[in-house]
Design a protein around this ligand. Structure first.
Ligand code: HEM
Length: 505
């Protein structure tokens, strides 16, 4: 063996030792991170996940069975701490809420769309987030504002029902998710921008914002920034998409400003009175450290609301309808409750509060099919501790809340769809805000809980009640319902639900 061979051999040995020390075990060690699956040199668990070619939620579901309530995944340069147990989620979000209320650093592509984290969902825990969130809650989800905007839902639901009738006549069946998305999107555009616009324009905004949502999910260079130069095309595409997003929303924002400042309303699209649209409040908002906001920020802040409320609500309705179509007994019981409450009249917003069975169906749907299996990524504001492990400031803390609703120690027969459990059984008195304990937290819990959860529930309740009151929903024999899940921003049915609808009268 000559000197060169000896040097190569030594280098390989040192490399293997380093690999064993730093990569073979994820977590643990002197950093006291939670343990996790062994990774590869430099990339950690990243390629093990990619090579599985299935959504991350399904990978985590399997790892949870092996690693339990808290574990680490090293995804390239990003460290993810996955928290899956009811107790640890409650401890992080409620007992130690302020400590875990921040968000991790954004990827370069996300920064393009959040204009440097100027959005409620991505802002770090601090004065900017507080100002944006307080303003949103006052201007959009306060009881007075919800009441003031109820005409928007009446208008959108009228169109919704007409569209279903038309589609059923033309095709013999209707597609649930797309129609619900369109209606939710039209409601939220009007809440944000005060404008009633054509269906084609709504569809265009919806399509572009869906692309934004998918574009901002984490991609390879977000885990391995050294590869970013190889992915410059992605960044170019992101900037082009941002331009399209600006082009479709800025004209509405300018028209709104002209309506407020000069009373101009050329094509009568501005329908909400001055002060009633979310954007009206943003024109005057001056968040600390940011000053007055501009068109970039207006587009970001309105888009996040439209995006956050469209897919989530539409997904819940699709899953609820799946069960109603598959289980006619539940549907009949619901119909009897609705008809008993409103007779042949129109279901109004105040009526749905008097329908406990409807409430139970919606809660059971949220439990069985939470639209997102994780909350948005959280981060600790300082180095801290959870479950006996160290959680360094800034690492991704991922709360896998879907497991809590599948846990047989918490729910009886968790795989069954049984709304009655919320009227008498293991679901009675469940607190969906998670404050009193975490049995299901479809909206998150604590400081970062969805600020529009009650508005979201109202939208879902009202839409289901109107749909079931007007039509009997049956499986489409040409396309039988298939409950397989897939991930597309929310967890949706892989084959979208189609149903045959029969008018009730
Ligand atoms: C009914 C369906 C809805 C569900 C299931 C839902 C669920 C969630 C979840 C899980 C989060 C993340 C919480 C966390 O990170 O801890 C969230 C955040 C958020 N949601 Fe919702 N949401 C719904 C409807 C809405 C609607 C209708 C709007 C707007 C009108 C909205 C606006 C937001 C915003 C702005 C955030 C970010 C809050 C923050 O980071 O402070 N959501 N939502």
């Amino acid at each position: 063996m000559d000197l060169i061979d000896l040097l190569i051999l030594c280098s390989v040995l040192v490399f293997l030792l380093l690999w064993r020390r730093f990569w073979f075990h994820t977590g643990g060690g002197p950093n006291n991170l939670p343990p996790g699956p062994p990774g590869w040199p430099l990339v950690g668990n990243l390629f093990q996940v990619i090579l599985q070619r299935r959504p991350f939620i399904f990978v985590v579901r399997d790892l949870r069975a092996k690693y339990g309530p808290i574990f680490t995944m090293q995804m390239g340069q990003r460290t993810l701490v996955i928290v899956t147990s009811s107790e640890l989620i409650h401890e992080a979000l409620v007992h130690r809420g302020p400590t875990f209320a921040s968000r991790p650093p954004d990827s370069p592509i996300r920064l393009v769309f959040s204009v440097g984290k100027c959005a409620m969902n991505s802002a770090e825990y601090g004065p900017l987030w507080r100002t944006l969130r307080r303003n949103f809650v006052t201007e959009v989800t306060s009881p007075t504002r919800i009441k003031q905007c109820s005409w928007i839902r009446q208008w959108a639901l009228e169109n919704h029902m007409k569209r279903f009738k038309r589609e059923a006549l033309e095709n013999g069946s209707v597609e649930v998710l797309n129609n619900c998305r369109l209606t939710m999107c039209s409601i939220l555009i009007c809440i944000c921008l005060g404008a009633r616009i054509s269906e084609d324009r709504i569809k265009n905004i919806e399509r572009i914002l869906k692309e934004v949502a998918l574009m901002t999910t984490l991609k390879l260079p977000d885990f391995l920034p050294v590869l970013a130069p190889l992915f410059s095309r992605q960044m170019r595409e992101a900037k082009e998409l941002r331009k399209k997003q600006m082009e479709c929303l800025v004209p509405l924002i300018r028209n709104r400003r002209a309506f407020i400042e000069k009373g101009e309303n050329p094509n009568s699209e501005m329908v909400s009175p001055v002060g009633a649209a979310y954007i009206d409040s943003l024109f005057d908002l001056k968040p600390p450290s940011r000053g007055p906001l501009g068109e970039q920020e207006f587009v970001t802040l309105c888009s996040e609301v439209i995006n956050a409320g469209t897919d989530t609500s539409a997904t819940i309705i699709e899953w609820a309808l799946l069960h109603l179509v598959q289980n006619q007994e539940i549907q009949d019981k619901l119909y009897r409750e609705i008809a008993g409450c409103v007779g042949k009249g129109l279901v109004k917003e105040e009526d749905v509060e008097k329908m406990p069975y409807l409430g139970a169906i919606v809660k059971e749907t949220l439990r069985r099919h939470p639209p997102s299996h994780f909350l948005l990524s959280h981060a600790a504001v300082k180095d801290t501790e959870l479950g006996g492990y160290t959680i360094p400031m800034g690492v991704n803390v991922e709360l896998y809340t879907a497991w809590v609703t599948e846990d047989p120690d918490i729910w009886k027969d968790p795989g069954d769809f049984r709304p009655e459990r919320f009227l008498e059984g293991d679901g009675v008195d469940v607190d969906v805000t998670g404050t009193r304990g975490v049995k299901m937290v479809p909206f998150g819990a604590g400081r970062r809980i969805c600020p529009a959860w009650s508005l979201g529930i109202l939208h879902v309740n009202l839409m289901i009640a109107r749909m079931v009151h007007a039509f009997k929903w049956l499986p489409d024999p040409e396309s039988p319902p298939d409950p397989t899940e897939t991930f597309a921003f929310t967890v949706v049915m892989k084959n979208p639900l189609k149903a045959v609808i029969l008018p009730r009268s």
